[in-house]
Design a protein around this ligand. Structure first.
Ligand SMILES: *Cc1c(COP(=O)(O)O)cnc(C)c1O
Length: 356
């Protein structure tokens, strides 16, 4: 008797490689720099809000997420019906590919970029069209525009790009959008938006307001430090938002997560302070690496990229030996999150010892 079979694409879904937890080494504090997490504890008021919500765990969450939508709408200055919540922005990536692609339709994105893109595309039976990033880790937006065909439904622009680090400029994004046909949905994945410090940065809100085929993906996982709670949201015009809501998992964002997200938005000043401290650390690490002779791409997120090629495994092992857990991409490079000051010092010491 034949066994029940999932769709053939299910067998081709690549495995997500999560950042490893740190190894315990007696006498040394181990640091996990492998998942771009925020090293700070929850923002003031967040634990209390989550605790209060947890006491109601016998109840379903507010399916309409009314309070969180209202808080976000106020915070961003957009109508609430331009927003759609999800279980992290990874949830949104799945929803957009499932909602927009018929089997065999194409999703275009840069590569190497966020590893959830090929996973979600394959899960949706869509075809991934991967456009190599430039040698300095930036998106090749001209090549991405040229890769669009009649079958393209979605293009994902990851800015800043995980794992290489650089962000696109508004001028570059505008020139790209001018070339994209209006029926193609352009996702601007702004997971690291809060960390961007550059000339001519992307203004996502102005961009989506000017383009009916643009959707922004944002998350509470990185700057806001709620990675464990799974809250992300999209910003787009109302029809796109309605479609994203329609394909979302009912009750996906838990009541505890909703409460924590609202409290995090209220702690905006504390958030800005922490993000600024991480940006200062990022600059210290980047400058330090360049002084040591490392040619790393300009980091605009909370991580740096070492394009080590074949020596990727050696670097990851050397990091392990000093109780730093980093994220190797075999044969390509190593991504290291900006962490606690001591963790960053240890990374610089490692980079000084490791042959360039
Ligand atoms: C971390 C990350 C996300 C979001 O993750 P969630 O925790 O699911 O919100 C989205 N895009 C990129 C590029 C990321 O690095």
């Amino acid at each position: 008797m034949p066994a029940p079979q999932p769709r053939p694409n299910v067998q081709r879904i690549p495995a997500y490689v999560p950042g490893k937890p740190p190894e315990v080494r007696p006498g040394t504090t181990a640091y996990k720099l492998s998942s771009n997490e925020n090293p700070y504890p929850p923002l003031p008021g967040v634990v209390e809000a989550a605790d209060a919500a947890a006491r109601q765990m016998n109840r379903y969450p507010d399916m309409g997420a009314t309070a969180l939508y209202a808080a976000l709408a106020g915070h961003l200055g957009v109508p609430a019906d331009h927003l759609s919540l999800a279980t992290g922005s990874v949830g949104l990536i799945y929803q957009v590919l499932n909602g927009w692609c018929e089997p065999g339709d194409e999703g275009v994105y840069a590569w190497r970029s966020f590893e959830a893109y090929p996973i979600a595309a394959t899960a949706a039976a869509a075809t991934s069209v991967q456009v190599p990033v430039l040698p300095d880790g930036r998106h090749d937006l001209d090549a991405m525009a040229a890769a669009i065909t009649d079958r393209t439904k979605v293009v994902q622009v990851c800015t800043p790009n995980n794992p290489t680090g650089p962000a696109v400029t508004q001028t570059e994004l505008d020139a790209f959008l001018a070339k994209v046909p209006p029926h193609v949905l352009v996702v601007v994945d702004e997971a690291y938006l809060e960390f961007v410090r550059m000339d001519d940065p992307v203004d996502g809100i102005a961009t989506y307001a000017a383009h009916d085929n643009v959707v922004l993906f944002r998350t509470f996982s990185k700057a806001y430090g709620l990675a464990g709670f799974r809250v992300g949201y999209a910003v787009s015009n109302a029809p796109i938002a309605a479609a994203l809501r329609a394909v979302s998992l009912p009750f996906g964002v838990s009541s505890v997560a909703q409460a924590a997200a609202i409290a995090s938005l209220e702690a905006h000043d504390a958030l800005l302070e922490r993000v600024e401290a991480l940006v200062v650390e990022r600059a210290r690490v980047y400058d330090g690496l360049r002084e040591l002779g490392w040619d790393v791409p300009e980091p605009q997120g909370n991580f740096v990229w070492f394009g080590l090629g074949e020596r990727t495994g050696d670097f990851a092992a050397a990091a392990d030996a000093v109780a730093l857990t980093v994220r190797p991409f075999a044969g390509e490079g190593v991504r290291v999150s900006i962490g606690e000051v001591e963790a960053n010092d240890r990374l610089l010491a490692l980079a000084a010892d490791f042959p360039r």
